[in-house]
Design a protein around this ligand. Structure first.
Ligand code: IPM
Ligand code: MG
Length: 385
């Protein structure tokens, strides 16, 4: 197939990791006979330095026209003093998410066989299995609600609005993902090919969605719970649904992560729980994400930030970005075999002992490889060389 992919390297480690994901995509194109046209556009602080805007019009237009977008990371201390609405996080990332209508953010967190030892949890907890999909609402809540600071700058608020419509559409994605993870066929949503995931073991339990809220305190959470319950009863009774308060969910994630299958939650809770989930799987450098919505294609990015402390050193782990490219192949293009091949390459390379510093053994043997050496290893695995 022919696809037009926009690359947004951004700031910090962004350019280093996106370059490695682009290599992986090229290897996939060669091996499977696809034509991926990849064009880079400035975003984040890098774009601000170039033209005074973290999200130049041309970049936004290119993203809207693309078949899919791959983003590295944005932000860093250099741009922290910009006014809030001009900072890379708000101006670039949040504007991209809302302008592209990306209301659902899929963050799979699993322990790779070769990395079981990297989890900080006890072996017996890890042995029960960690394979969670966090479905985070991405264009609502406090991130996008009205915000204000008083004239004396001594008080402030961030409103957390949610409508039933916003809750229902992301809940639908979570229920459908739960079915798909357990090998049940679903009708693809109009306008997007979402292939089932072959090769995935059918779990003995029915698919389960844990909807996370704070309904004992927040009105938006009560609406969240009511809406999810009604949608479940009307259309997804075959999927198990449980509700959990966010504080309890944070605790259960470290106490017994195997109890989770799909976690559905609002924007801010999803941001926090996905960082926690990344740590229990070993490293935040391993977690990819797919942001889907009304626009075609979607946006794919690692869940980690720009890591300014290690930027330019060539030591960042590119696997979260490479795995984000796999999610792109699967969700944007419906290329399941190609996505499986990338995930298999990651698994094989890890099994062969190749490690970046964040996932290296504490003994330092074998020594950690650089960002580009990890990318080369993935490329070689994909090319069968
Ligand atoms: C993430 C990040 C962003 C978020 C930041 C950089 C605004 O933490 O994608 O998880 O909070 O959504
Ligand atoms: Mg985050």
């Amino acid at each position: 197939m022919k696809a037009n992919i926009v690359l947004l390297p951004g700031d910090g480690v962004g350019p280093e990791i996106v370059a490695e994901a682009a290599k992986a995509l090229k290897a996939v194109a060669t091996r499977f006979g696809h034509d991926f046209e990849m064009t880079e556009h400035p975003v984040g602080g890098a774009a601000h330095d170039l033209c005074g805007d973290c999200l130049p019009d041309a970049t936004l237009a290119a993203c809207k026209a693309a078949d899919a977008v791959l983003l590295g990371a944005v932000g860093g201390p250099k741009w922290d003093a910009l006014p809030p609405e001009k900072r890379p996080e708000r101006r670039a990332l949040l504007t991209l998410r809302s302008e592209l209508g990306l209301f659902a953010n899929l963050r799979p967190a699993k322990v790779w066989d070769a990395l079981k030892g990297a989890s900080p949890l006890k072996d017996e907890i890890v042995a029960r299995g960690i394979d969670i999909l966090i479905v985070r609402e991405l264009t609502g809540g406090a991130y996008f609600g009205e915000k204000s600071r008083s004239a004396d700058r001594k008080s402030a608020y961030d409103v957390t609005p949610y409508s039933a419509h916003e809750i229902e559409r992301v809940a639908r994605i979570a229920f459908e993902a739960a079915r798909r993870r357990h090998g049940r066929a679903i009708a693809p949503r109009p306008g997007r090919a979402v292939a089932p995931q072959p090769g995935r073991a059918v779990a003995p339990r029915p698919p389960k969605v844990t909807s996370v809220d704070k309904a004992n305190v927040l009105e938006t959470s009560r609406l969240w719970r009511e809406t999810v319950t009604a949608l479940h009863a009307a259309e997804y009774a075959d999927v198990e649904l449980e509700h959990m308060y966010v504080d309890n969910a944070a605790m259960q994630l470290v106490r017994d992560p195997a109890r989770f299958d799909v976690i559905l939650t609002e924007n801010m809770f999803g941001d926090i729980l996905s960082d926690e989930a990344s740590q229990i799987t070993g490293s935040i450098g391993m977690l990819p994400s797919a942001s889907l919505g009304t626009a075609k294609g979607g946006l794919y990015e690692p869940i980690h930030g720009s890591a300014p402390d290690i930027a330019g050193k060539g030591i960042a782990n590119p696997l979260a970005t490479i795995l984000s490219a796999a999610l792109m192949l699967r969700h944007a293009f419906g290329l399941a075999a190609e996505a499986d091949a990338v995930e298999q390459a990651v698994s094989d390379v890890l099994a062969s002992g190749v490690r970046t510093a964040d996932i290296a053994s504490p003994s330092g043997v074998p020594s950690a490889v650089s960002t580009s050496e990890m990318g080369d290893a993935i490329q070689a695995a994909l090319s069968g060389s």
